[in-house]
Design a protein around this ligand. Structure first.
Ligand SMILES: CC(C)(COP(=O)(O)OP(=O)(O)OC[C@H]1O[C@@H](n2cnc3c(N)ncnc32)[C@H](O)[C@@H]1OP(=O)(O)O)[C@@H](O)C(=O)NCCC(=O)NCCS
Length: 182
């Protein structure tokens, strides 16, 4: 049996039913710090309004031609060359190493293609799985944000993490990974 094919590709309008499923999963959304309540028509409207927005890049994690997750670089700021990273892997695809691979690929794109300086993220301190993945691919802890978000009935402390361009490019060099398309 051949290894599954993996790639990040641009989020297309046809992917929105898949994203709609993710965004209506209350467990996923409690870690995304958002309400699990999003109409498909609203997602389509947001997609159409943001299509030319240079401040964000949204990718589908594509495995064997099937959408398996969503990865985003959002809030890109030109002056500071920063962006926020976000990821969801669909429940039935979790635990296969996809988040680690997809995060590395998104960082490759952010640093080697977009020439960003720093990527940061904010994660619930209780989200140990996500924190493990982020540390594994090179994010460093930057501080605790006390009671930053309200989700599933209570305020949550969050950890801010970040990785710098030179850190990631040096890692790519060490791992002999070639910059290019996602
Ligand atoms: C967090 C998430 C992206 C991880 O995706 P995934 O594809 O299952 O992750 P991977 O398979 O690449 O890696 C999981 C790693 O976490 C480890 N892990 C699993 N449970 C863990 C736990 N409770 N504590 C610490 N590490 C854990 C696994 O051993 C594995 O590490 P390894 O490869 O070094 O052995 C996914 O669970 C998800 O989408 N969750 C909901 C949305 C979310 O939380 N997004 C992040 C918001 S900041």
């Amino acid at each position: 049996m051949s290894a599954p094919s993996f790639r990040l590709r641009a989020l297309e309008r046809d992917d929105l039913p898949f994203v709609h499923q993710l965004f209506n999963d209350d467990q996923i959304m409690s870690y995304w710090f958002d309400e699990p309540f999003e109409a498909l028509v609203e997602l389509r409207d947001i997609y159409d309004r943001h299509i030319h927005d240079e401040r964000e890049r949204r990718f589908i994690v594509d495995v064997d031609g099937e959408p398996a997750g969503l990865v985003e670089l959002v809030g890109i700021v030109d002056v500071h060359r920063t962006a926020e990273f976000q990821i969801i892997i669909a429940p039935r695809h979790q635990g296969r190493g996809l988040a680690a691979t997809a995060t590395r690929k998104a960082l490759d794109y952010a640093f080697a293609v977009l020439n960003l300086h720093k990527i940061y993220l904010i994660v619930d301190v209780a989200n140990e799985k996500a924190i493990h993945v982020y540390r594994k691919v090179g994010f460093q802890d930057e501080g605790i944000l006390r009671e930053e978000f309200f989700a599933a009935g209570r305020y949550r402390n969050a950890l801010r993490m970040g990785v710098l361009q030179h850190e990631h490019l040096e890692r790519m060099e060490r791992e002999k990974r070639i910059p290019g398309s996602p």
